[in-house]
Design a protein around this ligand. Sequence first.
Ligand code: ATP
Ligand code: MG
Length: 266
Amino acid sequence: MFRAFYSLSGRPFNKEIKSKDMFVSASHTELLARLDYLREHRGIGLVVGEPGLGKTATIRAFASALNTSLFRVVYYLLSTVTVNDFYRGLAANLGLEPAFRKIDLFRQIQDAVFSMHSEKKVTPVIVLDELQLASTQFLSDLHLLFNFTMDSENPFILVLCGLPQLVVKLSLGHHQVLNQRVIMRYRMLPLSREECRAYIDHQMRLAGARFPIFTDSAVEAITTVSKGWPRLVNNLATTSLIYGCQKGLKEIDEEAVQQAAFEISM
Ligand SMILES: Nc1ncnc2c1ncn2[C@@H]1O[C@H](COP(=O)(O)OP(=O)(O)OP(=O)(O)O)[C@@H](O)[C@H]1O
Ligand SMILES: [Mg+2]
């Protein structure tokens, strides 16, 4: 495999990056700062961005750094759970025996969120990821479920995350009420050209590279083709390494990147 060929001790551009190993881009830093604001003020936050920019990875980094005696994080990926799984899972996470009827379940969840915050001094942090997949009904239900208007301060943190079309979805008439309650909004940005160069360098150093493997022109080509979207950088750089290894290239040059881009139809 290319790891041995390029004398790497680890796998670069790994999808399962540890929070502590993440590259600190301007947008990553900004999103962490916005999430920190949400941590202090509680309530609803909205994070959007093109696919593979690092929204989920950054939110996970934020969540994993929270003090577990003050915050209870529950994370739901809308592509893998049904709406019912979400309600029941949330109830179970709050230590409840889920009621059968939705209306009762909502009341149960609200009471539990409220008492967790006011009595136990623990704030539930609920992350709903890939929310662009949510139905109109689900978004309307969210407004009901997280409506704590009786209280002066929100007893929860709700992070809504998804592709940019989520903003459009939320701006439609029937979701205006939920939309107006969003106190933090952030649209993640791609890596700049300089950041993309530093990102590739960072990834290669994490994998134990002892000398530059990508030439300057290869890095330029990856930056251009990937538009600075980290997931695309990862895919293209990995395919380039596989290609380079197959061809016995000591260095990955621009042509190897072009070939790799062709192979993965980028
Ligand atoms: N700052 C970063 N440092 C290191 N790797 C990163 C960084 N940002 C993103 N990545 C990598 O890019 C990949 C895509 O990130 P992530 O899954 O967080 O994107 P996303 O914006 O949630 O995409 P989607 O909209 O498709 O869910 C991840 O596998 C992650 O390893
Ligand atoms: Mg994601």
